[in-house]
Design a protein around this ligand. Structure first.
Ligand SMILES: *[C@@H]1O[C@H](CO)[C@@H](O)[C@H](O)[C@H]1NC(C)=O
Ligand SMILES: *[C@@H]1O[C@H](CO)[C@@H](O)[C@H](O)[C@H]1NC(C)=O
Ligand SMILES: *[C@@H]1O[C@H](CO)[C@@H](O)[C@H](O)[C@H]1NC(C)=O
Ligand SMILES: *[C@@H]1O[C@H](CO)[C@@H](O)[C@H](O)[C@H]1NC(C)=O
Ligand SMILES: *[C@@H]1O[C@H](CO)[C@@H](O)[C@H](O)[C@H]1NC(C)=O
Ligand SMILES: *[C@@H]1O[C@H](CO)[C@@H](O)[C@H](O)[C@H]1NC(C)=O
Ligand SMILES: *[C@@H]1O[C@H](CO)[C@@H](O)[C@H](O)[C@H]1NC(C)=O
Ligand SMILES: *[C@@H]1O[C@H](CO)[C@@H](O)[C@H](O)[C@H]1NC(C)=O
Ligand SMILES: *[C@@H]1O[C@H](CO)[C@@H](O)[C@H](O)[C@H]1NC(C)=O
Ligand SMILES: *[C@@H]1O[C@H](CO)[C@@H](O)[C@H](O)[C@H]1NC(C)=O
Ligand SMILES: CC(=O)N[C@H]1CO[C@H](CO)[C@@H](O)[C@@H]1O
Length: 581
C-alpha cells in the first residue's frame, strides 16, 4: 500500500468543506481523480425531474454472474435509442459487482474490464443526453446482507467502501447527468439493521468523495431498508455533512397480489384500492416534504396482468406519483415491456398512457370489473366472441376524462364508419353486428382476430383486441407427481383465444387447498387460486406446473386438481389437470 500525493488533495478538500480530515477508514486510499473539463452542478430536484419518466435496464448488467446470463444479451446503444424515442428521459442501470472482483481482502479489486464496461454503458446513455443512475444491485443479498446471523459487518464495510471507491474513481469525471445509488433494496427490518445500513451509506458517501473528480458534487439517491417506503419513513436519517445534492429513492410494487399475479387477483381499480395506493405515496411525501423523491422501480407487467386493470393502474399510479412530485422509473426485465431484439414495445398502449399521465394528463380507459367479490370479470380492453355464438352488436363502456371524446376508430381495413360500423352513446361504444361479422366468421379460428385503435381527443389512444375464443384443450388431463420426481410438468395445450392463463386453482378432491388457505377469505374469483411463477407458468405450447407445486402435492400426499382458468374469466373457460401422488 502507498500514499500517493492525491491524498493531500483529499485532505485539502475535506479541510475546505469542514469535514473530518482523516479518512475514517484505514483501508486503502488511492489518489483522488482530478478531472479535465468542467462539471455543471445541478440540484437533486433538477436531476430527479430530469429522470422523469425513467426506464430500468433490468436483468442485464445486474445478471448473475455476468451480463447476458439472465436472458438478455449484452446491452447495445440502440436499446437506449428505443427507450428515448418512447419518451423516457432517464435510465437506471442496475449493476451487480459481486462476481467481478479479481481479488479479495483487503483490496477487493474490481475487474478493470467490468469497470470499463459499466463506464461504456454509462457513456451510451449520456451520449443520448439522458439522465443515468448507477448502483450496486444484487450485492445487497449476495455479500452485503446485514441481516444474516453471521454477517461480518467489518468485512462488509471494508468491501463496500473499496467497491464504491473504485466505481467512484472510474466514473469520477462523468457529467452531472450521472447519479449514484449506494445499494439496491438492502435487506433490513430492525433499527439495528437500519443503523448498519446508514453506516454503509456514510461509507459510500466517503468513498466517492475520497475518489475525487466531480463526485463530491454529484447527485446521489439515498434510501432506507429494502428501499421500502414505510421503512424509509421510519428509519431514514438525513445526512448533515455532505456536499452531494441528494434525493430519496424507494420502490413500489403494490398491491402485491395484482402486481405479482397472485391468488387470482386479476382485478384492480376500485375506489378503495386507489385510495390505498394514494395513501402510500402521500405518506412518504408527507414524511419528506422538502426532499426530491424518486420511485426507482415499479411495474405492472403485461406478461400476466389483465389488460384493462393494468392500463388503469398505469394511468392512476403515474398521475398520483406526479401529484406528489415523485419521479417514476419503470422496471423492465427484458421480457416485460421492450422487446429489445425487435425494438417493439409489447404493450405500446401502456407506454402511451404512461407518457400522458406523467404530464398530468388523464387518459381514456377501458372500463372493467372492480368488485373483487364478482363471480365473473368483465373488460373493455378485449371484445370477446365465443366460437359458435351468434355474432350480435356489442357495447363496451369506457371511462373518459372530462372534455375527452372519441375522434375515430381504425382497424386493419382502415377507418371505421361511424353509424354503420359503430355508434357512441355517452361513454359507451357499440360495434355493429355487421362490422363484427367481417372479423368473426364461421371459418375464423379462435385467436386474436384484429386490433382496433381508438383515437381519443386527449391522452393516449387505446387498442381494442377482437378475440374469438373457446375453451382450450389439454394434451393430457392427468400426470404423476412421483414420475415428475421434483421437476416441473409441461402440459401441451391447444390455445383458443388469449394464449395465457388468467390464474390457476389447486384443490384436492375433498376440497382442501394446495397452498395459501387464507384465499378462502377472498372473493369467488380468488378462492384456492395460486401464484404465477410460484405454482404455474406457461410457454408457447404448454401450461406448466412448477417443480415447487409438484413438491407441494407430494408433501400434501393427496391428488390435486389444477384448474387452469383463462380470459375471459367466465364460467366454462377453464380446464382441469389432475396431479396424482
Ligand atoms: C486530463 O488530460 C490529460 C492530458 O490530456 C490526460 O493525461 C489525463 O489522463 C486527463 N485526465 C482525466 C481524468 O481524464
Ligand atoms: C471479519 O472481517 C474482518 C475484516 O476482514 C476480519 O479481520 C475478521 O477476522 C472477521 N471476523 C470474523 C469473525 O470472521
Ligand atoms: C458525516 O457524519 C457521519 C456521522 O458523524 C460520519 O460517519 C461520516 O463519515 C461523515 N461524512 C463525511 C463525508 O464526512
Ligand atoms: C411518516 O411515516 C410513518 C410510517 O409510515 C407514518 O406513521 C407517519 O404518519 C408519517 N408521517 C407523516 C407526517 O405523514
Ligand atoms: C416539486 O417540483 C417542483 C418543480 O418540478 C419543484 O420546484 C419543487 O421544489 C418540488 N417540491 C417538492 C416538495 O419536492
Ligand atoms: C342472431 O342475432 C340476430 C340479431 O343480431 C338475430 O336477428 C338472429 O335471429 C340471430 N340468429 C340466431 C340463429 O339466433
Ligand atoms: C392484438 O394485440 C395483442 C396484444 O398486443 C396481440 O397479442 C395480438 O396478436 C394482436 N392481434 C393481431 C391480430 O395482431
Ligand atoms: C392516435 O391514433 C391516430 C390514428 O391512428 C394517430 O394519428 C395519432 O397520432 C395517435 N395519437 C397518439 C397520441 O398516439
Ligand atoms: C429422482 O431424482 C433424484 C434426484 O435428482 C434422482 O437421484 C433419482 O434417480 C430420480 N428418480 C427417478 C425414479 O427418476
Ligand atoms: C374441475 O375440477 C373442479 C374441482 O376442483 C370441478 O368442480 C369441476 O367440475 C371440474 N371441471 C371439469 C370441466 O371437469
Ligand atoms: C361466428 C359466426 O358467424 N357464426 C355463425 C355460424 O353459422 C351459424 C348458422 O349455422 C350462425 O348462426 C352463426 O352466427
Amino acid at each position: 500500500m502507498y500514499y500517493p500525493s492525491g491524498l493531500v488533495a483529499v485532505l485539502l478538500i475535506n479541510l475546505v468543506s469542514g469535514r473530518n480530515v482523516l479518512p475514517r477508514d484505514t483501508n486503502s486510499i488511492g489518489s483522488a481523480v482530478l478531472c479535465n473539463g468542467t462539471f455543471s452542478r445541478i440540484s437533486a430536484q433538477t436531476w430527479v425531474d430530469g429522470m422523469n419518466p425513467g426506464w430500468n435496464l433490468g436483468n442485464t448488467l445486474d445478471g448473475i454472474p455476468n451480463e447476458g446470463d439472465w436472458g438478455n444479451p449484452p446491452v447495445v446503444s440502440s436499446t437506449f435509442d428505443d427507450v428515448k424515442k418512447a419518451g423516457f428521459k432517464g435510465i437506471r442501470l442496475p449493476v451487480t459487482w459481486a462476481y467481478h472482483f479479481d481479488t479479495e481482502a483487503p483490496d477487493y479489486d474490481v475487474n478493470p474490464a467490468w469497470l470499463q464496461r459499466v463506464s461504456d454503458v454509462v457513456d451510451m446513455v449520456i451520449d443520448l443526453d439522458m439522465y443515468v443512475l448507477v448502483n450496486v444491485h444484487h450485492d445487497s443479498w449476495v455479500w452485503a446482507d446485514v441481516t444474516q446471523i453471521n454477517a461480518n459487518y467489518t468485512q462488509i464495510e471494508e468491501k463496500f467502501y473499496r467497491l464504491w471507491y473504485q466505481i467512484g474513481t472510474k466514473l469520477a469525471c462523468k457529467s452531472s447527468l450521472l447519479a449514484y445509488e449506494p445499494i439496491n433494496e438492502p435487506p433490513g427490518t430492525t433499527a439495528a439493521h437500519a443503523a448498519e445500513l446508514k453506516k454503509l451509506e456514510d461509507l459510500f458517501l466517503k468513498a466517492i468523495t475520497d475518489a475525487g473528480g466531480f463526485n463530491p458534487e454529484r447527485v446521489v439517491t439515498l434510501n432506507g431498508p429494502q428501499e421500502n417506503s414505510d421503512l424509509t419513513s421510519l428509519y431514514f436519517v438525513r445526512p448533515t455533512n455532505i456536499t452531494n445534492p441528494w434525493a430519496i429513492q424507494y420502490h413500489y410494487y403494490s398491491p402485491y397480489p395484482f402486481i405479482f399475479s397472485a391468488w387470482g387477483s386479476t382485478i384492480w381499480g376500485s375506489d378503495a384500492e386507489k385510495a390505498a395506493l394514494e395513501a402510500d405515496i402521500a405518506n412518504i411525501r408527507n414524511n419528506f416534504t422538502d426532499v426530491p423523491l424518486i420511485i426507482g422501480e415499479w411495474a405492472a407487467s403485461p406478461v400476466a396482468t389483465e389488460t384493462a386493470a393494468r392500463w388503469k393502474y398505469f394511468d392512476f399510479f403515474v398521475r398520483i406519483a406526479a401529484k406528489y412530485n415523485t419521479t417514476t422509473v419503470l422496471w423492465d426485465n427484458g421480457a416485460d415491456f421492450l422487446d429489445r431484439g425487435s425494438h417493439v414495445w409489447r404493450d405500446q398502449t401502456a407506454i402511451d398512457i404512461y407518457m400522458s399521465a406523467v404530464d398530468g394528463q388523464a387518459n381514456a380507459l377501458p372500463d372493467s370489473t372492480t368488485d373483487t367479490n364478482a363471480v365473473t370479470q368483465f373488460t373493455s380492453a378485449d371484445l370477446f366472441v365465443r366460437v359458435g355464438q351468434n355474432v350480435t352488436s356489442q357495447t363496451l363502456p369506457y371511462i373518459l376524462p372530462s372534455d375527452t371524446s372519441l375522434n375515430s376508430i381504425s382497424g386493419p381495413d382502415g377507418t371505421l364508419e361511424m353509424g354503420s360500423d359503430y355508434s357512441i352513446t355517452d361513454d359507451q361504444i357499440t360495434f355493429s353486428a355487421t362490422f363484427l361479422r367481417n372479423y368473426f366468421t364461421n371459418s375464423t379460428k379462435p385467436a386474436s382476430v384484429a386490433n382496433l385503435t381508438l383515437d381519443f381527443s386527449t391522452g393516449a389512444n387505446l387498442s381494442l383486441n377482437l378475440v374469438l375464443w373457446d375453451t382450450p384443450i389439454l394434451g393430457i388431463t392427468s400426470s404423476s407427481a412421483a414420475t415428475a420426481n421434483g421437476s416441473s410438468i409441461s402440459i401441451p395445450i391447444q390455445w383458443k383465444g388469449i394464449n395465457k392463463p388468467a390464474t390457476v386453482k389447486a384443490v384436492t378432491t375433498s376440497g382442501k387447498y394446495l397452498v395459501d388457505d387464507f384465499t378462502s377469505y377472498y372473493g369467488p374469483l380468488q378462492n384456492a387460486r395460486t401464484t404465477y411463477n410460484s405454482q404455474w407458468n406457461w410457454d408457447t405450447h404448454n401450461l406448466i406446473i412448477t417443480a415447487a407445486a409438484v413438491s407441494a402435492v407430494q408433501a400434501l400426499g393427496e391428488d390435486v386438481i389444477f384448474t387452469f382458468e383463462f380470459y375471459p374469466r367466465v364460467p366454462g373457460n377453464a380446464v382441469n389437470h389432475t396431479l396424482t401422488i
